[in-house]
Design a protein around this ligand. Structure first.
Ligand code: FO1
Length: 322
């Protein structure tokens, strides 16, 4: 990447997305990076607006994330949940005491009329995050999992039903009418945009909701810059979450080659783990170039190392058709 042309747009959702987003934030300046986050997982719960993926990214960048649980805040306490349970309240979705403050403050600001992107910017600033973290849209887009004729709201599927229902498909309610949030729209149109990085997130329920916004998919189809995805699978298993199960249910091979198929012609390059090096030739037989490297991220050092490898790889790629 030349110095003149240096803006990276990262698309992220979930825990894997938050880790690479943090790595990118460690090696790029705030002027060089925009992190656009899935809000298809958002929902209204106990009168509050919960944005799980925005929170995962925000907490990781602020160094507040709980590494063992994978979601929420470290050093958490659960007095609110215990008290709520004692009152016979709804306890299927766990809200820690510290985490609760984020949802209460986000909900208050939204009720006062602020857009989700402004609220996110304010929360990030309060937590000392200098990089731009934006929801994919200020309008509501809600993911539903289709299963045996049912339409299950995403958090009911993910948390309450522990991802057990077989997924027949996914609906991103509201996406057709949704516009990209201002920072995402600006990044997609920026002359200095040099690469789009799809973080190692679930392609079906973390990345597709972002791509389901018409202006986003149109911008990617007309792209002048390489799009590089990082596979969320290592050795045929997801590092976390239901990606592998969903792939099998969608009739895709549960492998990084299957991830390349899931993204189709949206991507120019795919980063896969060394454990899956044997799949590189199969993937490259299509028009996707492959980088084989260590993709497991267990701390800042590994997040930043992977971020640098992804950026170097992207700098060598040309977008398709150019
Ligand atoms: N995930 C769980 O598995 N169980 C929970 O009770 C839970 C609560 C929760 C609260 C706030 C938050 O920001 C995230 C939370 N998550 C929980 C994670 C969340 O459901 C998933 O990480 C994402 O939606 C999938 O990317």
């Amino acid at each position: 990447m030349s110095d003149k042309e240096r803006l990276v747009l990262a698309l992220a959702g979930g825990v894997g997305g938050a880790k690479l987003a943090n790595g990118l934030a460690g090696v790029l300046t705030p002027e060089e990076l925009v992190i656009a986050v899935n809000t298809g997982d958002d929902f209204e719960h106990l009168g509050m607006h919960i944005s799980p993926d925005l929170d995962s990214v925000m907490y990781r960048l602020a160094g507040l994330n709980d590494t063992a649980r994978g979601w929420g805040v470290k050093d958490e306490s659960w007095q609110f949940m215990a008290a709520l349970g004692a009152l016979g309240g709804e306890t299927w979705f766990n809200l820690g005491d510290r985490d609760l403050a984020t949802h209460v403050e986000r909900t208050r600001r939204l009720a006062a009329g602020d857009a989700l992107s402004s609220v996110t910017a304010a929360l990030c600033s309060a937590l000392g995050i200098a990089h731009t973290v934006t929801p994919m849209s200020d309008e509501a887009v809600r993911t539903f999992v289709l299963s045996g004729g049912l339409r299950i709201p995403f958090q009911r599927y993910f948390v309450e039903q522990n991802c057990k229902p077989v997924s027949d498909g996914f609906v991103f309610d509201g996406s057709e009418e949704a516009k990209p949030a201002p920072a995402l729209a600006t990044a997609l149109a920026a002359p200095e945009l040099a690469a789009i990085v799809i973080c190692p997130s679930n392609p079906f329920v973390s990345i597709r909701p972002i791509l389901s916004i018409p202006a986003v998919s149109q911008a990617l189809a007309r792209r002048r810059v390489p799009v590089v995805a990082v596979s969320p699978l290592i050795g045929g298993a997801a590092v976390k979450g239901p990606a592998a199960k969903m792939m099998a249910e969608q009739g895709l091979p549960v492998s990084s080659a299957g991830i390349a198929t899931a993204y189709g012609d949206i991507i120019d390059g795919l980063v896969i783990d060394s454990a899956d090096a044997g799949e590189a030739a199969t993937i490259e037989a299509g028009s996707v170039r492959v980088l084989v490297t260590e993709t497991l991220m267990q701390g800042t050092e590994e997040e930043e190392r992977l971020a640098l490898s992804v950026l170097e790889f992207a700098a060598k790629l040309r977008p398709r058709g150019q």
